[in-house]
Design a protein around this ligand. Structure first.
Ligand SMILES: O=C(O)CCC(=O)C(=O)O
Ligand SMILES: [Fe+2]
Length: 219
């Protein structure tokens, strides 16, 4: 292909940095078991141990709140019907360890990390298709990448679904799906539209880490 040829495509830079199928963070070997290249979407195994999943669920259990929209309206949102909570940064040794591992895996300093979010879906609950980046107005320090870690298996339903790519990721305890939306070509970012399909049988627990373009933490 010639330069200037309209059909010439230049592969976009990715944030995620891996060569090979195994990623070594300072305390774990994580395996890539599935991928789409553009936009980059990775299915990762062994991100969290089963014990870590259980600890995160236990710590979150009593602090969950049904999804709300609007500060004062207290109207329950139909966009997301699950319950959620956020951990404090560095809240305890387990959170600290997970935050460090996730930041190494996502190749972004921990200071760019939002607080770790826990979501709990009961049968019938779901998260309708959405973008993780903010689309309204002039966002200064937008989100650039997401890691959704599954803290439980789900007997039926509950997949993370990318409708534009027709990709469904089945929750598996300790596994995760990674995607990024930092591309110059806006159409690639838009392909990261995703949903949490309704849980049919069982309970779904996830931990979501969103990364920002710039430092986000005050400390
Ligand atoms: O529960 C899922 O599979 C999706 C969660 C999600 O999209 C999010 O936390 O932003
Ligand atoms: Fe999302």
């Amino acid at each position: 292909m010639r330069v200037g040829d309209e059909t010439m495509t230049v592969k976009e830079q990715t944030i995620f940095n891996s060569c090979g199928n195994v990623i070594k963070t300072s305390d774990k070997e994580i395996h890539i078991i599935g991928r789409i290249d553009e936009p980059l979407i990775l299915i990762l195994e062994n991100v969290l141990s089963h014990e870590e999943c259980d600890v995160l669920i236990d710590l979150a259990k009593n602090r969950l709140q049904r999804a709300k929209i609007g500060g004062k309206s207290h109207v329950e949102s139909d966009i997301r019907t699950s319950s959620s909570m956020f951990f404090e940064e560095n809240e305890n040794e387990c959170i600290k360890k997970v935050e460090t591992r996730v930041s190494e895996l996502m190749n972004i300093p921990v200071s760019h990390a939002e607080p770790l979010q826990i979501l709990h879906y009961k049968p019938g609950e779901q998260y309708h298709p959405h973008f993780d980046y903010f689309t309204s107005g002039n966002v200064v320090n937008n989100r650039i990448s997401t890691l959704i870690m599954y803290l439980s298996d789900v007997e039926e339903g509950g997949e993370t679904y990318f409708p534009s790519l027709r990709l469904a990721v089945t929750p598996k305890k300790g596994s995760a799906v990674y995607f990024e939306y930092f591309y110059n070509d806006y159409r690639l970012n838009e392909l990261t539209l995703h949903a949490g399909n309704p849980v049919v049988i069982g309970a779904k627990w996830v931990a979501t880490q969103w990364m920002r373009r710039q430092s986000h933490r005050i400390t």
